[in-house]
Design a protein around this ligand. Structure first.
Ligand code: ZN
Length: 683
């Protein structure tokens, strides 16, 4: 049987790919790769070089990507039982291979030997960066430890993975372990139709009458935001913020307290084992921020500037609640509800009202026009390209000399068997082989409502922002000039700088000049009316101070939690959070609140000692955009500088160096404060 996943040229032949092809293709590529690595390391063991040893490794990694990326992608966008089974069978094989590579001492020795040879200084920056990154990653995975240390490292990794899963499962069980039946619809007063329908549907699923409220976000959030019944809001708030803790309706069940403290101590030990003072330092080793102190200073600077604004916003909210809603004391479970009422009164803006102005064909053309004006690049649809669904379209990006720079699939609409959310994924990375250049190809995926009836698909303004965001990641991937997959585009870019190009693109969605390009009423082509645009821009910064200090609270808590070397039990964790809140928070929190027991970003996900990255990247992207504001947001000269300093080098250079080259100085927080309406004029 010919396997279309092996050795195809150009784009993946999606129409020919079947789930049954995946495992044999993966087995074959992994076997080939293992054999090649063994051969390379034996042959050149005395004298490894870039050309003969490391260059081929880039090539075999790319072979793996070419065979595996279509399967990973299909699993995300066109899943079925057969594919899922195959995917689950393949994943452990892939993980085992990657772990093996990370632990391969001969491979490590080869990188080290090239790094220490005279050849190193002769190599280009991309090659040197690949070697430096590889050595760093080997070191971070404990390669230099003795046998005993290695065993301990592995044991800690395994227990961390078990503990993090345990944290997530406790939280999930606690979320599922509470619900509230409603027999009388009057209790749901204030809730929008969609939330009521969901609650009725949930009840039905359980074979019950009436309505069922749960702690899942689509049920919980609307209650906190819209339910007029204060008692109901309190009840759900209490259940939600005490999940997996010693408080609340399910006190002590699925309690994460012990798990959190074990996670922290395991991370601490792991970091110290490979030579770092604490986990914060270990985490920052692969980030743009240079030290925990720098991150702390970054957070406190923002807090100093934004807290007074948040205090004022909260005062306004308290006054509004007192005067208009008769609430003499604004409690944590009233905040979202009162804020929503205040927001509606101020701006009378609904995203639904905006939809007819953003038909997909118009938005795409406008987006492509922005790219043309900024970088002189032409984007055109290529018909007849094989894909996984009839809705998928395929485009290519060409520069003025006629060179094709990148290609992308666009898959915009929600449908069954497609993962939720929006994301950009890499299909092929740019790679210059011995005799040909592989052009980068991206997948752009969203979950917008499909076209209904005669009209094209219509987007809300939020969805337009999402599209621009993902397209920003796509441009980073596709416009790179780096010739090796491991540093092309986003690859090898520090975690806290990866969102720069994507958040940068979001800024355009608020510019009147750009809105003229991307909006046009689906019936008459009329552009977004001035009055609507004004309300849209005004609503953007509603309570931005409160939103900011909330993020700063999480970021500061996360960073301090991972600094220092003392063991932390539940009490110590709580004391730290109380202290952080005293410094930056504005909205009072009841003493039963155990937010930390559900903070899965840092306890179960990859954001440990990295939560600040959200704000960090936002500061960078706002500051980059401010240079465009100075000269005109669609200025071609600045656009080309952005292209050459940030997008094209991809992961070959340090992000701070790239930033300074473009901006002429280190990042400033002021543009972000200005964009969010929080720059206080100093006198
Ligand atoms: Zn993103």
């Amino acid at each position: 049987m010919d396997n279309p996943l092996i050795g195809y040229r150009g784009l993946p032949p999606f129409e020919a790919i079947r789930p049954a092809h995946a495992e044999p293709a993966l087995d074959k590529v992994l076997a080939q790769n293992r054999a090649t690595i063994t051969a390379l390391l034996t042959e050149d063991s005395n004298h490894p070089t870039w050309e003969h040893t490391l260059f081929p490794i880039e090539e075999i990694n790319d072979n793996l990507n070419r065979s595996w990326s279509p399967i990973g992608h299909l699993h995300s966008v066109a899943d079925n039982d057969e594919l899922r089974k195959v995917y689950e069978a393949c994943l452990p094989k892939l993980t085992a291979y990657l772990t093996e590579m990370g632990q391969n001492e001969a491979l490590y020795a080869a990188y080290k030997s090239v790094a220490q040879s005279a050849e190193y200084a002769q190599l280009g920056i991309a090659e040197r960066k690949i070697i430096d990154n590889a050595l760093r990653d080997f070191r971070l995975s404990g390669i230099e430890l003795g046998a005993q240390g290695k065993d301990r490292f592995k044991a800690l990794k395994q227990s961390l993975s078990r503990l993090q899963t345990q944290f997530e499962e406790n939280l999930l069980d606690a979320t599922d372990g509470w619900n509230r039946r409603v027999h009388d619809e009057r209790a749901l007063a204030g809730l929008p139709d969609s939330a009521r329908k969901l609650a009725a549907h949930k009840a039905q699923q359980q074979g019950q009458q009436g309505w069922l409220l749960t702690l899942e976000a689509p049920s919980y959030l609307p209650v906190l935001m819209y339910a007029d019944d204060r008692e109901l809001r309190f009840e759900m708030y209490q259940a939600y913020v005490t999940r997996a803790s010693e408080h609340g309706p399910n006190a002590g069940q699925w309690d994460n307290t012990e798990v959190m403290s074990e996670i922290l101590s395991s991370r601490q030990e792991l970091a110290r084992l490979v030579g770092f003072h604490d986990f914060a330092q270990y985490s920052l080793e692969t980030k743009m921020a240079s030290s925990a102190e720098q991150v702390l200073e970054f957070i406190s600077d923002l807090a100093r500037r934004c807290k007074p604004i948040a205090v004022r916003e909260f005062g306004e909210l308290e006054r509004y609640a007192r005067e208009h809603l008769g609430l003499s004391c604004l409690e944590a479970w009233d905040v979202a509800y009162c804020s929503e009422k205040l927001r509606q009164e101020h701006f009378q803006l609904s995203q639904e009202e905006l939809r007819p102005y953003f038909p997909v064909p118009r938005v795409l053309l406008g987006l492509f026009e922005v790219v043309r004006r900024l970088y002189g690049l032409m984007i055109q649809e290529v018909p007849g390209v094989s894909s996984w669904h009839p809705d998928v379209r395929f485009f290519q990006i060409q520069d003025e000399s006629g060179e094709i720079r990148g290609q992308f699939y666009v898959d915009l609409y929600a449908r069954a068997k497609k993962r939720g959310g929006a994301w950009m994924d890499q299909c092929l990375a740019r790679r210059r082989g011995r005799d040909e250049l592989q052009i980068p190809v991206a997948y752009l995926n969203c979950n917008f409502s499909p076209p209904l009836g005669q009209d094209p698909a219509l987007l809300t303004h939020d969805e337009v922002i999402t599209l621009f965001h993902e397209f920003g990641h796509g441009l980073h991937h596709m416009l790179t000039r780096a010739d090796y997959p491991s540093v092309a585009g986003l690859n090898g870019v520090a975690w806290d700088a990866v969102e720069l190009p994507s958040q940068f693109m979001e800024n355009f969605c608020w510019e009147p000049g750009v809105l003229g390009l991307i909006s046009g009423h689906c019936r008459n082509g009329e552009r977004l009316p001035e009055a609507l645009l004004r309300r849209l821009r005004a609503a953007k910064n509603f309570q931005s101070g409160l939103k900011m200090v909330r993020q700063l609270e999480f970021a500061l808590f996360d960073m301090r939690l991972h600094m220092g070397d003392e063991a932390m039990d539940g009490e110590a964790i709580q004391a730290l959070l109380d202290q952080v809140r005293k410094e930056v928070a504005v909205v009072p929190v009841p003493s039963f609140n155990r937010f930390q027991n559900g903070f899965s970003h840092i306890f179960a996900g990859g954001y440990a000692a990295g939560y600040y990255s959200y704000k960090w990247a936002e500061v960078l992207s706002a500051d980059v955009f401010s240079r465009f504001e100075e000269k005109g947001v669609l200025d071609r000269t600045i656009g080309e500088e952005f292209l050459s300093s940030i997008l094209e080098p991809g992961g070959t250079r340090e992000p701070m160096e790239q930033f300074i080259e473009f901006r002429g100085r280190e990042p400033s927080v002021e543009p972000l404060l200005r964009h969010t309406g929080m720059l206080v004029e100093t006198h």
